[in-house]
Design a protein around this ligand. Structure first.
Ligand code: NAP
Length: 316
């Protein structure tokens, strides 16, 4: 690792669709762009089995394939993707940022936070004990282990409903419970679920505890809110999709909303000049691959203007 400070125009933290779109637009605008991604390009997209709503693809594409296209395109235009982490971001008095990375220290005028959000846990007894033994947060990763088994899905958003549809291709016994009497998910996804014979919907239900034999999940104790009743039911797996926690730890100095998402204006500019936020980590009404990609394009364009203004140039 270099002990010298490297200069660049833009550091993008996170290599999901937002980060890689920003990288492509930034590099095409002639900026020196470095992306830091800890795992693999694609972020949450990687665990999507079939993406059927990304514009331009009239046949479903896997999240992995789409992520590879994003990465290849960004690199083609000159962005550098590092498979490593960022340890610290410091906002300096001169307005620039020191970014401590696995590749050494960078000093840049622009940082784009594309760090996404981490899956939230349900926090019920048995959840931690049976993680990897029937409790899962990723249907694409773990669903195939439960072919023809009985699966409980917990949650009412697009993830829970969309993943139920994926799981219903593997087994005829999917039960989805949601704590309220109506789903939060998009109507289209809910409609598909309602017409799927392999999915049983139980609204106004919550999990009391997950139980097992020490090696596997065997049952779940549920609470039926409408009838104020607790009951046990046998399940082989519990897939939990109850939202996410934004990853903002690197920039505690930036303004966030009450849920912790980074506040931005329409240019993806945060409360700190030169610091942009895109995709799942920012406060946005709709979290999709296409909206993250759009955020990335807007942020890179705005950042290019910002850098030109710093240099006293007009952005063309
Ligand atoms: P989400 O939209 O935040 O939904 C989380 C769900 O979990 C909500 O229904 C919530 O209930 C429920 N929940 C939260 N805490 C709970 C708890 N302690 N116990 C029981 N239930 C709990 O999260 P998401 O579904 O992961 O989606 C995240 C974002 O990604 C959304 O913006 C979504 O649109 C997007 N997304 C889109 C697609 C797609 O378009 N294909 C696919 C996946 C995700 P309440 O409704 O009562 O709050």
């Amino acid at each position: 690792m270099s002990t010298e400070t490297s200069k660049a125009d833009m550091i993008i933290i996170g290599g999901g669709p937002g980060g890689l779109s920003a990288a492509q637009y930034g590099a095409r605008a002639g900026l020196s762009v470095h992306v830091f991604e800890e795992i693999a390009p694609g972020g949450q997209t990687l665990i999507v089995d079939e993406l059927e709503n990304y514009p331009g693809y009239d046949e479903p594409i896997t999240g992995f394939d789409l992520a590879m296209k994003f990465a290849n395109q960004a690199e083609k235009f000159g962005a550098v993707i590092h498979y490593g982490g960022v340890d610290a971001v410091t906002h300096k008095q001169d307005g620039s940022f020191d970014v401590q990375t696995s590749e050494g220290l960078f000093n840049v005028p622009v940082v784009i936070m594309a760090t996404g959000a981490k899956r939230r846990e349900l926090e019920v007894p048995g959840e931690l004990e049976y993680q990897g033994k029937g409790v899962s947060y990723c249907a694409t990763c773990d669903g195939p282990f439960f072919k023809n088994k009985k699966i409980l899905v917990v949650g009412g958003g697009d993830s829970a409903c969309g993943e139920s549809l994926f799981l219903s291709k593997l087994t005829g016994q999917v039960v989805i419970i949601h704590r309220r009497d109506r789903f939060r998910a998009q109507k289209g996804i809910v409609g598909l679920m309602e017409h799927d014979d392999h999915i049983e919907i139980r609204l106004s239900h919550i999990v009391n505890r997950i139980e097992g034999d020490g090696k596997h999940v065997t049952s779940v104790n549920l609470h039926d809110i409408a009838n104020d009743r607790d009951y046990d039911e046998a399940f082989d797996a519990v897939f939990i999709f109850v939202g996410a926690l934004p990853r903002t730890q690197l920039v505690p100095f930036v303004e966030t909303d009450e849920s912790g998402y980074i506040k931005t204006n329409s240019h993806m500019q945060s409360s700190v000049p030169g610091l942009y936020a895109i995709g799942d980590v920012r406060d946005t009404p709709f979290r999709q691959v296409v909206t993250a990609a759009s955020d990335g394009a807007v942020a890179a364009h705005s950042a290019a203007e910002y850098i030109d203004a710093l240099h006293g140039r007009a952005y063309l």
